[in-house]
Ligand binder design. Structure first.
Ligand code: ATP
Ligand code: MG
Length: 348
């Protein structure tokens, strides 16, 4: 039995996770996959009630699961750093989820803001554990005219090698092309090191074509020629920015999925839609369930159930193409429940 820890979280997180479970159950039933779910109410609501996003032994509790399915955490009144550092970041780090995987596709029926968006199908691989998001640094002379702030980035040979390897192996199973994001012309220590290590790993994958591009030029190409990319690998900061840009290029935050992966499977990986708790539409039953559903499909794939995952993707293609089975954020008319039922029907 495969054990899934479910953390619906806040706002529309609870609505889209319910939808994702419905679609997961239907896909699993067709393929004889059996999953057991344990639900945790870890959220900003819990923080307001008990002073913490999750219990002190939360990480230990999750350790025994095969995967974690998360809705969204964050709510007005609870600062972002509380929900991030109180739940998401400890999970990513404790379980060595060093890959943040964000597939990008423009589906038929989803309006991209770009004119050139046909055939967009790529994956952003973001380094998730080190890089620019470190706590090393500080501020001195607070409030004085000579006040200054310093923030260190941390790049390790192990960290860069493993994210690069993941990107090359993923590309080998796709169209065989990796683009690495850099800025070694301006940032003269860490990014030349990144470039060197990525190029060393590239040499071990002669079957995969490899390019390195400065982040500024790369951001422009995401907008001008998004169809040229296959796998794009970047540091924690660059990957964060590129993956949000990419989700915007694809036309909707409501369908974007993500996986926080521990590829070695020593620890559970975590799957979550890219969107947040969306307080502006929470409780109205109109949230787009597709981001959570696609995240659940990525979870199935990670757990070795590729056929069930592929069925869910096909069902998404079917329902997104028709206005009556997609939600309002995509110019459709369906409620969350209707869009979810349509996905179940499309699974056959
Ligand atoms: P966070 O800080 O948690 O990222 P946020 O407020 O910055 O939250 P979202 O919660 O993702 O960002 O919301 C951004 C906008 O996108 C909101 O207007 C929200 O209603 C809309 N949105 C987000 N997710 C969905 C969804 N699944 N379906 C429909 N609209 C969505
Ligand atoms: Mg936000």
């Amino acid at each position: 039995m495969t054990r899934i820890a479910v953390i619906p979280g806040d706002g529309i997180g609870t609505e889209v996770i319910e939808a994702a479970r419905t679609v997961l159950d239907a896909a699993c039933a067709r393929h004889g996959v059996s999953l057991s779910y344990t639900e945790f109410d870890w959220s900003c609501q819990r923080h307001e009630r008990e002073g913490a996003m999750m219990p002190a032994d939360g990480i230990e509790t999750l350790r025994g699961f095969d995967a974690i399915l998360l809705g969204a955490v964050g709510w007005p009144g609870v600062p972002d750093h509380v929900s991030l550092w109180g739940l998401l970041i400890p999970i990513r780090r404790a379980f060595r989820q060093y890959v943040n995987l964000r597939p990008i596709r423009v589906f038929e029926g989803v309006q991209s803001p770009l004119r050139v968006a046909d055939d967009v199908d790529f994956v952003v691989v973001r380094e998730n554990n080190e890089g620019e998001y470190s706590e090393v640094g500080g501020r001195v002379n607070r409030g004085f005219p000579d006040e200054l702030a310093v923030q260190e980035s941390i790049f390790t040979r192990v960290g860069v090698s493993r994210i690069a390897d993941y990107a090359f192996e993923l590309a080998a199973s796709r169209r065989g092309y990796v683009t690495s994001a850099t800025k070694s012309n301006g940032i003269v220590h860490t990014l030349p090191f990144w470039d060197e290590v990525v190029a060393e790993r590239a040499a071990l994958h002669p079957d995969v074509r490899f390019d390195s591009e400065h982040i500024d030029a790369l951001a422009a190409k995401f907008v001008l020629q998004p169809q040229r990319f296959d796998v794009v690998v970047g540091s924690n900061l660059f990957g964060d920015i590129l993956s949000d840009l990419a989700a915007a290029v694809a036309g909707s935050i409501g369908i974007a999925p993500s996986g926080n992966l521990n590829p070695e499977k020593e620890f559970p990986s975590m799957f979550e839609p890219v969107h947040g708790s969306a307080p502006d539409i929470a409780g109205q039953g109109i949230a787009n369930p597709v981001g959570a559903v696609w995240s659940a499909a990525m979870m199935l794939e990670h757990l070795g159930h590729a056929a069930a995952a592929a069925d869910i993707l096909r069902a998404m293609e079917t329902t997104l193409a028709k206005p009556e089975t997609r939600t309002r954020d995509l110019g459709g008319t369906a409620t969350t429940t209707e869009a979810t039922q349509a996905l179940v029907v499309a699974l056959g």
